[in-house]
Design a protein around this ligand. Sequence first.
Ligand code: BGC
Ligand code: BGC
Length: 610
Amino acid sequence: MKKALIFKISFILLIILVLGTAFFVFENKNPALPNDNSSERCEQKDLPYLDSNLSTQDRVNDLMGRMTDWEKIGQMILIEKNSIHDINDITRYNLGALLSGGGAGPKQDTPLAWLQMINNFQSAAQKTCLKIPLLYGIDAIHGAGNVIGATIFPHFIGLGATRDPDLVRRVAEATAEEIAATGIYWNYAPNLDVAKDIRWGKTYETFGSDTENVAQLGLAYLEGTQNSSNGYLKVLANPKHFIGGGSMEYGTSRNKYFKIEEGNINIDEETLRQVHLVPFKEAVDGGARAIMVGTATWRGKMNSSNHYLLTDVLKKELGFSGFIVSDWYGVYEVAPSKYESLVLAINAGVDMVMSPFEYKDFMSNMQKALFRGDITKERIDDAVRRILTVKFETGLFDRPQAEPEGLSVIGSDEHRDLAREAVRKSQVLLKNTNSALPLSVSLDKIIVAGAAANNLGRQAGGWTTEWQGIDGNYGISGTTILEAIKNAVSKNTEVQFNEKGNFSVGNNLADVGIVVVGEKPYAEGWGDNPNPKLSPEDLSAIEKTKAKSKKIIVVIISGRPLDISSYSENWDGIVASWLPGSEGEGITDVLFGLYPFTGTLPVSWNISSN
Ligand code: BGC
Ligand code: BGC
C-alpha cells in the first residue's frame, strides 16, 4: 500500500519533470536558422538587385526573395561600432547597420582614419553572401562634430534663432557633405523635438519651443541633407525623437542620474498632436525615410512599444513608408526581459533596433520570436523591406567606397564661411542700453574676460569631439571669440585678456569690457538642470571687468536661457550667443557692426526681474 503510493507520487513527479523539461527546452529553443553560405547561392553573378537600372521596388523584391530569415534579422539591428570586437562578426551575423556614438571615432581621430574605418566595415559587409552594404549612422547634429577638423555649426537652438530655412538648408547640406566624405550617409538629425522645459539637457538640440519654427526649419534641414542631383539621397536624414520628448516632466526620469531625459509625458492627445506631431507630419510629407523613436513614456507606455503611435499614427495615418529606428537601448526598457521588450517593440512598429551593444542576443531572441510566432514573418518582412528600400534610395548598393580626395570638404573655407554666417544670424541682442552695441573697431582699449572667451570647447557645447563635449582648446579647429575680437579691431586697439577679470588698467578705464560666460558643455541626461544660471566665477569676472571699463557687454554662451534676472540691470549690453561652434568671428561680425543683429529668441527668456 505504502509502496504503491510512493510509486504513484514518484511517477507523477517524473511526468512533471519530463513535461517541465520539455516545456523549458521548447521555451528556450533557438532553432538555428540556416545561414546558407553555399557557393551555389553566394557566387552567383549579375543578380538583378545589383543592377542600378532597375527600379528600387524591383531590386527590393529580388533581394528579399533571396534572403534567409537569418539574413533578414541581421538587417534589423543597429550596433555601436565600439561593440564590434571582431570585425568578422559583421560578416558572420550579417549585421545591417552600425553607428558611431558620441565621441566614438577611430583611434587616431583624423578624417582619413574615419574614411578608412568606415571602408573597412563596409568591406566586411561585402564579404557576406548577398553583399548588402551597411548603413552607417552618426550624430552630426551641428556639423560632423565627432571628426576633428570638421566645421562646427551652431547647435540647433541657435539655428532656431535665425528663423531662416534657406540658411538651415545650406547648413544641413554642408554637414551632409562633410560626413559623406568619410563614407557616412546617415545623419541622426534633424531633431524635431519642441522644447517646452528649458531645464531639459536636450533643449539646445532643438530649434526651440515654437512648433511652427521647428517644423519649418526641420523640413529645411531634412531637404538640405537629402537633396542630391544624382537621383540618390545625398545623405539620409533622421528626424527624431518621435514623439513628445520636449514635454517630459521634470523629476520623472527612469534613470536615477537624470531629471527629465527618459521621463514621462502627461499631455493629452490633442496637445501631443498640436505641439509635437506637426513637425513630424511636415517631415514625412517632405520625404523623411528614417525616423527615430525616443525613450520617453507617454501616459504610462514607452513610445518604443506604443503600437498606436508608431503604427497607427506614424505609419498609417501620416503614411510614413520609411523605417523606424529605436533610440539607444530604448527598446530594452519596455518590459522586464529583453525578449519580451523586443517582441513588444517590433510588434509596435520598430523596424530597426539601436541595440546598441549586443547583437548575439538580438539574433537569438529574434529567431526565438519568429519560431514561436511571437513576431510574424510578415512583420519581419515589412521591417526589412522598409530598411532595404531606404538602403537602395541612398545609393548605398551603387556607390563606390569613399576616396581620400573627397576629404578636402571637411572644414573647408566655404563651409567655415557658411558657419560664420549662421553664427552671426543666430545672435540675439537681449539688451542694449544707450546703444552700447555695436562697438567701434577703432577703440583705444578693450578688456576681455570670462571662461568662455577663449575656449572652443565651450563655444561648441556637447556632441563635439566627445559625447558630453570638451572644455578647452583642443580637438576642435576654429576661432575663439577672443581671437575673433583681436582680428576684428584696428591695429591701434589694445586688447587685454584675463579670464577672471583681473585687470590693472590704472586710472584709465577701458572703453569697453566684454565678458564671455555661460554653461560648461553637456549633453542629454547630464545636462538636465533644475536652475540654469551663471556660476559665481562668471559673475565675479563680470563684476571685476565692469569696474575697469566704461561699459560692459556680457556675451552668454549657453544651450538655453540662463537666469540673469537679478543682475542684468547692471549690464549695458547682453547677447545670447547660444552654442555657436567653431566660428567665433560670427559673433564679432555683429558686436562690431559689420552686420546687424537679426536673431530672435527661439525660446522665451525673461532677463529682468520686473
Ligand atoms: C540620443 C539620440 C542619438 C543616439 C545615438 C541617444 O542617446 O537620444 O539623439 O541619436 O543616442 O547617439
Ligand atoms: C554614446 C552616445 C549615446 C549615449 C546614450 C553614449 O555613451 O556615446 O552616443 O547617445 O551614450 O546614453
